[in-house]
Design a protein around this ligand. Sequence first.
Ligand code: MN
Length: 417
Amino acid sequence: MQNSTTKLWRDLVSSLLSSNTPVVNIIDQVYKAYPKHFKSKDSCGETVKKFIRKIRPSKTKTSTNDFDEQIQTQREHLETQVQKKHDKVLAGKMAIADFVIENCKDALRERSPSKALSVLSKMPKRKTGSDELDPNSSTPQTIVLELSDIQAGTLISKESTGGLNEFNWDILCEYFNNLFIGVQEVTTALQKSSPITSLHVHMLGDIVEGAQIFPGQEQHICKDLFHQVIGVTDLIEDFLIKCLTLFSEIHVTAVCGNHGRVGKKGENPHWVNWDRIVYEFVKRELSKFTAITWQLDDSWWQIDDIYGYKFYITHGDDIRCWQGIPYYGIDRSAQRETELLRISDQYYDYFMIGHLHTPSVIPGVTTTKFVNGCFPGGTIFTMKNMGVASRPQQWLLVVHPKWGVSYHCPIYLQRGE
Ligand SMILES: [Mn+2]
């Protein structure tokens, strides 16, 4: 037996149908009038559609088609809307990908592939402590160089800083030269007492300055992004090749910084980064040098193992500062990373970051944290807004198999006459 509410809503459907009301609107009105009669709006829709089909059996095929067409039209409309939205997002992503690919091609065309090999042929004979010392009488140690925040392409003029600082491409080249001289001096001195043959380089990111990391950045660079990439690739290659005159093996571990990111923050995955392209260029062009090994992948962190001591390496741009002071942020970040690493049963002894530009060493109970220095020194932003500037420098560490980091010293990049 048909209950009274059923009769009422069916009458309503019939009357609306006769006035050519679209099915979607009929469903709306029925549900609005008799909400308690149906489990949900969906079940109301299904029931009403069934009823409409039932009372139209004798109608012409055209009527059934009308109904199906309405549903089809609605579906197509929705599909078009979704597709349009999808196309828009896809077009944006493809534009960025094309931009990166095209510029990588340009950069590759401008590279000189034989450069590294020509330098190799001019390499002087390698001299290391092991040639002069009995390895059994002295413990071998490893030298570690933190190399980061090069920010190649940064332009700081004397005029704009009232003479407080100056940085440009010529100065960058000079600093790279001084970096090698510094590493050479310390290494040669240490090699007199210990057979040091191994260098580990931690590349902590911000190798290039970028071009659109902050508003108006174009006014503060001396080379566009592509020439930053090409130029700094040459400088790093030459530096590593020169280091082969001091060490018989070099292990490079690398992570990306925030200045080389492509697009706005979060638009691309963290490994889509110009720093990564520099690393890949250097790695591929120096692939003939089997003494240089690489630890490089898509991750934002790496662990470099030296005699069982674990060096956790990351850029550090996710570290927060409170009132301009980063130390609490560093501590918090290090503790969180410690917990995260437990997921895969890993741990670290040393926490190595760049980004902050203020070189420091923060001792802890079981871990020591190193914040690397930078190449440009004080920028207009840090000096004008924060009143700080640090002397351009990079950390050099010595790792002893028994004691871990037994020595550390800054390699200053400015050298007086
Ligand atoms: Mn940074």
